[in-house]
Design a protein around this ligand. Structure first.
Ligand code: ADP
Ligand code: ASP
Ligand code: MG
Length: 409
């Protein structure tokens, strides 16, 4: 008897009809002799709606109460799902994060899973065959409700699969798998049959929201086989697995974009020891994650410094940096929220030269200006003006020959 974790995202449980369909699918899997641990997201749009409601009370809701509120979205879907399964004559039990003993740290809105005590889940699985756990939530050491960050239900699913040593973790979503680029913006995007954990980590961290980055980190660390597939069809999706020699033959496997970063530039920064520390220390202390950093060579003892942060932290970052600017004698701090980061990814890049130049050439042919560049072993990222994102993605997708011949251009 196999133990399978199946996670269904917001669109997959977006209506009562959809919840019933998911219930049928889960029962089928159970009737084939599997134990099925189901992890559900909130119904599509619900988490956003809850956040909007909190904003009607105050622009900066209390983080603890916001987590209590956001966690209700998943409570609705697991209870409705469990009712649906029972109404179809099969046993089922819903569990919220605290009942499933998903213990996290205490960082509201971005909590990390520390441990899972699987006793209750295993007991309920033995009894019912199907158990539905609310994704995206846990409890801290003081039994406060925490949430894991947007998209966090993927992480709940993979963490549970790792804790229970499940035979498979299936992520059901609204597309047929992981594609060479977002299929919703490029009709020629091609489904990838097998992708390595490392490539998937880059896809997720550079903006492909099909999997939450922490879920991929867990999957890699605990070797959880992941199958990303559609809840609307029976087709095979994408397997996320350890890297094989075959995979290195592919130079570029995907194009990813991220519109959720903003750029901060400080001009005429004195070039002397300790300045970078002075600028970034308060930013880091505020828990803001800085992504790209570019500093020019100094001219006559002064340099320019540009970096990117998540758009949600942009205003806070500007305020913090302006505070330091006065201290160090910088009078120009400018920011830009209308940027996008476009990246190409591929494990084959390690062994192939000329990929960066092809990327720059492709963007230049489209007359798109590159304002920042960063590279790693298996990716190249360029920051461009946000309005050119789709154009850049499609041009790069074409230039690296990633298009699906079957799809219309
Ligand atoms: P769920 O609600 O099931 O968690 P998400 O909306 O979080 O689904 O993730 C699925 C979406 O990810 C797709 O609808 C697609 O627009 C987007 N996406 C972005 N990049 C990719 C990619 N490379 N492959 C597949 N989907 C992608
Ligand atoms: N409901 C949460 C969100 O919308 C978690 C998830 O769907 O994964 O971000
Ligand atoms: Mg998601």
């Amino acid at each position: 008897m196999a133990l399978i974790v199946q996670k269904y995202g917001g669109t997959s449980v977006g209506s009562i009809e959809r919840i019933k369909k998911v219930a049928e699918r889960v029962i089928e899997s159970s009737n084939r002799g599997n134990k099925v641990l189901v992890v559900l997201s909130a119904m599509a749009g619900q988490t956003d709606a809850l956040i909007e409601q909190s904003k009607e009370i105050t622009e900066s809701p209390d983080p603890r109460e916001l987590d209590v509120l956001m966690a209700t979205g998943e409570q609705v879907s697991v209870s409705l799902f469990s009712m649906a399964v029972k109404s179809m004559g099969h046993d089922c039990c819903s569990l919220l994060g605290f009942q499933a003993a998903i213990h996290t740290d205490h960082i509201y809105g971005k909590a990390r899973i520390r441990t899972i005590d699987s006793k209750r889940i295993l007991r309920e699985l033995d009894k019912n065959g199907v158990v539905a756990v609310a994704g995206f939530q846990g409890i801290d050491e003081k039994r406060n409700i925490t949430t894991l960050g947007r998209g966090g239900s993927d992480t709940t699913a993979v963490a549970l699969a790792a804790a229970l040593k499940a035979d498979m973790c299936e992520i059901y979503t609204d597309v047929e798998g992981v594609f060479s680029t977002d299929p919703n913006i490029c009709s020629r995007a091609k489904k990838i049959d097998r992708i390595s954990y490392d490539e998937m980590l880059e896809f997720a961290s550079l903006g492909a929201k099909v999997l939450d980055i922490r879920s991929v980190e867990f999957a890699k660390k605990f070797n959880v086989p992941l199958h990303v597939r559609s809840s609307f069809t029976e087709n095979e999706g994408t397997m996320v697995v350890s890297e094989t020699k075959e995979m290195e033959k592919v130079m570029v496997s995907g194009v990813v974009f991220d519109k959720n970063e903003a750029r901060v530039t400080m001009a005429h920064v004195p070039d002397r020891p300790g300045i970078a520390f002075k600028i970034f220390e308060p930013v880091f202390r505020a828990g803001i994650v800085v992504d790209m950093i570019v500093q020019n060579t100094s001219v006559e003892g002064f340099t320019d410094l540009t970096f990117t942060v998540p758009i949600a932290d942009f205003q806070r970052t500007i305020a913090l940096v302006q505070g330091v600017a006065k201290d160090i004698g910088v009078d120009t701090v400018v920011g830009d929220e209308e940027i996008a980061k476009v990246s190409i990814i591929g494990v084959g890049m390690r062994n192939h030269a000329g990929i960066a130049s092809k990327m720059f050439e492709t963007l230049s042919k489209e007359n798109i200006n590159i304002s920042m560049i960063s590279t790693s072993e298996i990716k190249i990222s360029c920051v461009i003006e946000e309005k050119y994102t789709e154009l850049a993605v499609r041009a790069l997708h074409e230039a690296f020959g990633l298009g699906d011949e079957k799809a219309e251009a």
